[in-house]
Design a protein around this ligand. Sequence first.
Ligand SMILES: Cc1cc2nc3c(=O)[nH]c(=O)nc-3n(C[C@H](O)[C@H](O)[C@H](O)COP(=O)(O)OP(=O)(O)OC[C@H]3O[C@@H](n4cnc5c(N)ncnc54)[C@H](O)[C@@H]3O)c2cc1C
Length: 490
Amino acid sequence: MIRRRWLSGICCLSVMNMLSLRSAFAAAQLVQEQSDVAGGMFDVIVVGSGMAGHCAAISAKLSGARRVLIVDKAPLAGGHTALASGSIAFVDARRQARQGIEDSVEKFIEDARAAGGDINEEIVRCFAQNSGPAIDWLQSQGVRFAPNIFRAYGGLHPRCLTAFGNIGARYYISKLHEKSRELGIETRLLTKAEGLHRFEENLLALRLLDKRTNSEYMVQAPSIVLATGGFGANLALRMRYRPELDHEIPTTANPRGLAEDPATGDGLFLAQSLGAAWADMDRIVMLSYWGGRMLDYIGAEIYVDSEGRRFVDETATTSKIAKAIAALAGRSMFVITDAKSDKGVNVGAKIAAGSIHRSDSVAEMACEMKVSAVQLQRTLDEYNKCAQDNKQDRFGRRTYLQTIDQPPFYWGQERLMVHATLGGLSTDAKARVQSESGSVIEGLFASGEVAGGIWGSDRLGGTGLLQCLVQGKIAGIEAARCAAVSARRS
Ligand SMILES: Cc1cc2nc3c(=O)[nH]c(=O)nc-3n(C[C@H](O)[C@H](O)[C@H](O)COP(=O)(O)OP(=O)(O)OC[C@H]3O[C@@H](n4cnc5c(N)ncnc54)[C@H](O)[C@@H]3O)c2cc1C
């Protein structure tokens, strides 16, 4: 029945070859309206409602796709994006120059290479070149940013923005979701994509599970965008590539095991059924986040070991810091800042969870940390001297926003957690998923953390969300174009 109706729709569409893109979409919509299945026919289906999924869906709709569907297996929209601090990296010399910051696409690429090594330069360049306009686009969707451009944690240059009022990336999701509703994009939550098949030459079919009723049904579209996030919470998969990252290591999205981390790599398996290639699967970002770290920028905290001594340049890249923490006894450290620093977006949650402590003096802090007060004071004095003189310290640190000397002191213990996966679906600069042979899989796109092989072994602070934004936008445009071509061909 579904097939017959689709074929009749195809006949109807074939006489419309000469009509405009929008007419073609209108005809495709007619096919959907004739369908009596629960799911039906769409121009573009997006799997995942995080930043990448929302950007793809909105961009597809704005590029002419008539029927756009977002599905998400979770009860709440937003995935990891809804938990993120909100730092977004970008390069826009004009915007940065207003704050006296010099930057360029070439410098961004150089920094990305310094962090990750063997980057995919074509895609990184595409992200950097499109990042300024993408930030403008996000603003045009209703997002407001805090005015200050800053150097994010794990970043090598001041080139990040964050949400107005420092309220985290869940704000981006709420704004993008509002916009998607305004545009008539349908979102089905508690709806898991379980299977992906080629239904016709120009048509893909997705098998969905409605988790409320435990029933399955099919939806079809010429274009499907996978935006299912990473795979850090899939223990078997991550241990296949990194056996040492076992069950004892939580994810930063679920540090206490109290939630269901959606980053199970579903998009990888969905795409694999159509022959998609996976890239760089062993590249996993390890981060300390839910203990004492409380700033989303660098320059106002120090890390000390179990003896109260600094051991690393706290402004280095994420992977360098992770390596240094992994080499410590107990693989844990303390993070210290003071009353002066502007605290990060999740500080309230961390205080509530008891992972951040407050002490009125260095001696009290040392006592609670069970380290020597004399040593801790010496560490702080040495650091504060370098900060006052603004001189490079023995770990190579050059960036100091302030001294750490005004009580109360805030501190906490940190361990490494699985934060993000840099491996995933191999894509080209148009977000088209590539097969093992390097050819493009017609109609299949990927954006956000599900797409891998881009950043090498580490990525700069704020580039996770940058990737979602730019690649999501591109995936949406390309998916709409592919749907239009498919409608014209039919
Ligand atoms: C605590 C934390 C802080 C962070 N802070 C920052 C930051 O400040 N800056 C930055 O750049 N990056 C940050 N990151 C990383 C960044 O948030 C992620 O890389 C990014 O949000 C991933 O977005 P996404 O859209 O690709 O995936 P997600 O936002 O994870 O969305 C994926 C969605 O797909 C859904 N899904 C998965 N499988 C299926 C399926 N089979 N069917 C239907 N739906 C499915 C999931 O339920 C989820 O909602 C942070 C991450 C964490 C955990």
